[in-house]
Structures are given as C-alpha cells and as structure tokens.
Ligand binder design. Sequence first.
Ligand SMILES: *[C@@H]1O[C@H](CO)[C@@H](O)[C@H](O)[C@H]1NC(C)=O
Ligand SMILES: *[C@@H]1O[C@H](CO)[C@@H](O)[C@H](O)[C@H]1NC(C)=O
Ligand SMILES: *[C@@H]1O[C@H](CO)[C@@H](O)[C@H](O)[C@H]1NC(C)=O
Length: 211
Amino acid sequence: MKGNLSTILCALMGLLVSEISCQAPKSPEEEVKFLKVRLQLMKNHYKLMCNQFSSLAQNCSAPAIRCTECPDGWLQVEDQCFFLSTKKQNFSTSAEKCKDIGAHLAILTTREQHEAVEKEGRRLGWSQTFYWIGLSDSENEGDWKWVDNSMLTTSFWNVQKSEPDNHTDGGPEGEDCAVVDSFTQSWYDVPCGFLYPRICQKPAVPLIEDS
Ligand SMILES: *[C@@H]1O[C@H](CO)[C@@H](O)[C@H](O)[C@H]1NC(C)=O
Ligand SMILES: *[C@@H]1O[C@H](CO)[C@@H](O)[C@H](O)[C@H]1NC(C)=O
Ligand SMILES: *[C@@H]1O[C@H](CO)[C@@H](O)[C@H](O)[C@H]1NC(C)=O
C-alpha cells in the first residue's frame, strides 16, 4: 500500500517535471509498474483536457477537435456513430444485421442525430429514401418503443401525412415499424415485413483507450 502510494506520487510529480528521479526504479518490473501508473494519469489528464477544450471551443468558435472516433465509413454525430447500409431487408433481419456488427438499429433521440442521418441518406442518393430505424409498436399498438426498450420522447413523424397512420394497404397487420424518409425528412410507420435499407448505430470510442 505504502509502495503504491509513493509510485503514484512519484508519477504525479513526473507529470509536472519530466526529468524527475524520485526513487529511481531499480528493476525493469518496477519501472514498468511506474510507467503504467504514469501513462494512466496522462490518459486521464488528456481526456479531461480534450473534453474541456471541446466545450470551450464551441463558445469561441475555435475549430472543434474530437475526443472520440468512429470506424471508417461511419458517420459521427455527437458521441454516436451511424452506418447506412444499402442492403434491403425486413425490420427484424435488419435489427439482427446491426447486432452482427456490434451495433443496433438507430435510436434517434436528438434533432441533431435525426437531421444528420437523413442528410447522409440524401447525400448517398440511393434509389430508396426510406431507412429502418430502431422504432416499433409491434408489442403494443400505438405504444412506440426503441429497440433498447426505451420510450419514444422526441419524435419526427410526418405530420402533413398524419403519420403514424397504421395504414392497412400493406397488409391486415397494419404498420408497426418505423422508417426515416430522407426525402421528406420525417418518419413513417410501415409494415415490418417490407424490405428497406437500414441505419445502424453504436457509441463512438474514446481516442485514448483505458489500458
Ligand atoms: C458556453 O456558453 C454558454 C452560453 O453562453 C454557457 O452557459 C457555458 O457555461 C459556456 N461554457 C463554457 C465552457 O464556458
Ligand atoms: C392498427 O391496425 C391493426 C390492423 O387493422 C388494428 O388491429 C389496430 O387496432 C390498429 N391500431 C390503431 C391504433 O388504430
Ligand atoms: C424477415 O425476413 C426473414 C428472413 O428472410 C424471415 O425469416 C422473417 O419471417 C421475416 N419477418 C417478417 C416480419 O416478415
């Protein structure tokens, strides 16, 4: 315990003065232990400063920097990553396909996320403008829930078309699953068996990982 504390103190001081040589480690094992503590302190310090910079940069319109990142080909919005797939599948298969890549169907909880994914849909400009998002009311008609079981609080239904309208043109079971329409920039309810491309989502990872 006492040994650990002095290692931490020594590492802490080492952050301030790089050439400090308090209790110079004797064996490689001790040195590795010492450097590990010091590295972790620096990582924590980096994260703190990165978050501080990011929030301050917004206020003085300095160029933004990111403290988290998404895999190549994914769109980053806030601390979340989104991926638009061209494959047209039904709702449940689409949900499974997102899980296969460590993600889930998109849960769009902010206007910024909603606007960013529909803009990306327009940019990609595939023939299809509807994309599955992780929203359905198949458990309880009219009770719209996200795939993580959370309640729908902020919605972007197409109000001109009185969506969700539970239309039965697509089949007697009505419309229990939701899509974002990148053309009208709003949501529609559609039959869960229809085939559409999808939007998967997963959290962005910190640039500096904990060891
Ligand atoms: C940025 O500006 C907002 C609004 O003026 C203020 O509430 C917030 O505290 C500021 N953030 C920082 C980090 O200064
Ligand atoms: C939706 O349509 C289905 C099938 O016609 C019906 O069973 C269900 O009650 C409808 N729900 C609402 C809220 O109208
Ligand atoms: C979705 O597609 C899968 C695979 O083709 C199929 O097994 C499943 O029954 C379909 N579900 C619906 C609701 O259409």
